[in-house]
Design a protein around this ligand. Structure first.
Ligand code: ADP
Length: 166
């Protein structure tokens, strides 16, 4: 809306050439999580800690989301959660991830419609590295959250560099 940022398919965001001073936080307020997030990396709630560690290495991510049938969010596991479990001396092949994960409703969420600025503020204020990008599914009184993406500090860094380079 500020005309500072343009968008092209397959190119991404670019700086339109307006005065750099105007490239303020308002810009980040107009870019949505939907246009910046990554694919979610998930494990099922009954997967073992061992499988989660293997997934962490194979997918090269720092946070894994734990889901039940239909990709419904149940929890999150970070690098340090897995490190702690690995140091615990238990059999990681038999220890399910839902024992060590941070579980719902304590997970901080974002949605495709949220601004990048607002999601970034959540990362900082809650001191976490990643937010699951979710779509809410209402089932009577209950709301479930389907995981559709992963919003991380890397997404913000990539956007920042894209804007600066263009
Ligand atoms: P690390 O533990 O590797 O430093 P984080 O800072 O992201 O990584 O995670 C800190 C703690 O917060 C961990 O116990 C993790 O389970 C939890 N956590 C990670 N992501 C979220 C989130 N989006 N909402 C709530 N808790 C989270």
């Amino acid at each position: 809306m500020s005309n500072l940022i343009g968008a092209k398919p397959k190119v991404g965001y670019y700086f339109t050439g307006q005065e750099l001073q105007k490239l303020n936080m308002m810009t980040f307020d107009t870019i949505l999580v939907a246009n910046t997030h990554s694919l979610p990396i998930v494990v099922k709630e009954h997967s073992s800690v061992y499988d989660a560690i293997v997934t962490l290495f194979i997918e090269d991510v720092g946070t894994i989301f734990v889901v039940s049938e239909g990709n419904i969010l149940e929890g999150a596991i970070s690098r340090k959660d897995l490190l702690k479990a690995a140091m615990g001396g238990k059999n990681n092949n038999e220890l399910p991830v839902n024992i060590i994960m941070t579980r719902m409703p304590n997970i901080i969420l974002t949605t495709p419609e949220e601004s990048v600025l607002s999601a970034a503020q959540k990362l900082l204020s809650h001191q976490v590295d990643a937010l699951p990008v979710v779509n809410a599914i209402k089932e009577g009184e209950k709301t479930k959250y389907k995981v559709v993406g992963r919003f991380t500090k890397t997404n913000i860094t990539r956007l920042f560099v894209q804007l600066a380079e263009n």
